[in-house]
Design a protein around this ligand. Structure first.
Ligand code: GLC
Length: 453
């Protein structure tokens, strides 16, 4: 049982993080830690606010979400320029803040051009679609999405994501650090976290379009190809691992089984010992000559919620988590990815990034904001007790330590080396998880049944 006083404290903290613009609530700052250099943590990050938005919607506080959704439409790039320094058509910012110039409040957006390492916000438009769909589900109000500006914003987002680029496959090619993991971590190319997010966002967009014309058909087609591709090439359980272990290489042509020319020798013996007979998960990345065997929580949990994973796969992912609880949930839920990169791998893949040293931050650190997604996945796959166990084990420590951004250590024992306190999505992730478990019907805001027609 979680003390309701703790829940009240958490709400109090979340409301303290609210940003206002023209007298209206429009978002939440990333963190309110007075002890650490603020950098851009006074911004409202789109992916962070997505978690706050879910917590607010479940509570019935819909105004802030509506205002945020509207601001995103205003900030989205609208024009196609042949100029790399202009905001791309359809792109939404990573974050924004409210600044005062000559006493007048203005929105200042960051599309990655000012961010550390200049990373691109590939995920923003995808989260916007998911939040918009959750807003409609929570309020039953379709007047917002019927506005021409909203329909146009949905279509611009779709054009950006569905447009063919250099490769002929349904997955999305992305640059380094283009989403929640916004640093070099080997998550360039075709990281599963983004493919899973794309799948959920396209599913959301299908429900948001008011006509089922060209855009609707394009989404439907892409969803089908995307799921077949991810099921075929990313899914890993013991049988699949054995197939890959016996792969032939250097095949040419459309019928080749080892399409990406994966070298079986890249399977580490530790994985063979670690993968339980009854578990499974989607691998971190698949691309030319490369299979990243790491487990990433966000993509896998979202795959359950969005029904990208079949029922059988969902059970296998949950079985893996249950059997490898110390590794994947640990003392502070939820482990972001497993295992951590160490030694030479760490040096080459992260660029010797000390913030991402082994079992810290993105490199095997534990992130409480993921609690909402774990609760949703557990609820959807019929394992709510697992989520309750995680939430109960986290609650007091999270509040006592003032809602840190992340935890370090193989089992998430330590407050992260550079973790900010009063991190909004740590609070919101906890509150959304709590509400999902208290009122299972809230799952309706974010779950998808995959019925193509
Ligand atoms: C860090 C995280 C990123 C998050 C941001 C604000 O940069 O890596 O995912 O959006 O902080 O909390």
């Amino acid at each position: 049982m979680i003390d309701t006083k703790l829940i009240d404290t958490a709400w109090c903290e979340l409301y303290k993080s609210v940003i206002e613009y023209k007298g209206q609530p429009v978002g939440t700052v990333a963190a309110r830690d007075p002890g650490i250099d603020i950098l851009n943590y006074d911004h409202c990050f789109v992916r962070d606010f997505a978690v706050s938005a879910l917590a607010f919607l479940m509570r019935g506080d819909t105004e802030i979400v509506r205002n945020f959704l509207t601001i995103m439409v205003e900030l989205q790039g609208k024009v196609k320029y042949m100029n790399c320094f202009m905001v791309g058509k359809g792109l939404m910012p990573a974050s924004f803040r409210v600044v005062k110039t000559d006493g007048i409040a203005q929105l200042e957006a960051d599309f990655g051009e000012k961010s550390i390492a200049r990373v691109s916000p590939v995920d923003s438009g995808l989260w916007w679609l998911i939040v918009l769909r959750a807003y409609v589900r929570a309020t039953g109000d379709t007047t917002l999405i019927k506005q021409p500006e909203f329909q146009q914003a949905i279509k611009l987002t779709l054009e950006l994501f569905l447009e063919p680029h250099f490769d002929m496959r349904p997955t999305l090619l992305v640059t380094d650090g283009a989403y929640m993991i916004d640093r070099r971590m080997g998550v360039y190319g075709y990281p599963f976290d983004i493919q899973s997010l794309l799948f959920a966002a396209l599913s959301a967009a299908r429900e948001l379009l008011i006509e089922d014309g060209y855009y609707y058909r394009s989404i439907t087609e892409r969803l089908t190809h995307l799921s077949v591709h991810l099921q075929n090439y990313y899914w890993l359980d013991f049988d699949r691992l054995n197939t890959i272990y016996r792969y032939n290489v250097e095949g040419y042509g459309s019928q080749v089984i080892n399409a990406f020319n994966i070298q079986p020798s890249t399977i580490k013996p530790a994985l063979i010992d670690w993968l339980p007979a009854k578990g499974g998960y989607f691998a971190g990345n698949v691309g030319p000559g490369r299979m990243d065997f790491r487990y990433f929580a966000q993509g896998n949990l979202l795959a359950i919620v969005s029904s990208l994973a079949t029922q059988d796969q969902s059970h296998k992912i949950m079985a893996l988590i249950e059997q490898r609880w110390n590794d994947l949930i640990g003392q502070m839920p939820v482990k972001l990815c497993f295992p951590a990169l160490e030694g030479n791998d760490w040096e080459i893949v992260t660029g010797a990034d000390p913030k991402n040293s082994a079992w810290s931050y993105h490199n095997g650190g534990n992130w409480p904001f993921l609690l909402w997604l774990f609760a949703a996945a557990a609820q959807k796959s019929g394992h709510p007790t697992l989520a309750m166990r995680a939430l109960e084990s986290a609650a007091e420590r999270l509040a006592d330590e003032c809602w840190p951004e992340y935890f370090d250590g193989h089992y998430g024992q330590l407050v992260g080396k550079e973790a900010r306190r009063f991190q909004s999505w740590s609070v919101a992730g906890f509150l959304a998880a709590y509400q999902l478990l208290e009122q299972p019907s809230q799952l309706n805001l974010i779950e998808f049944g995959f019925q193509l027609n």
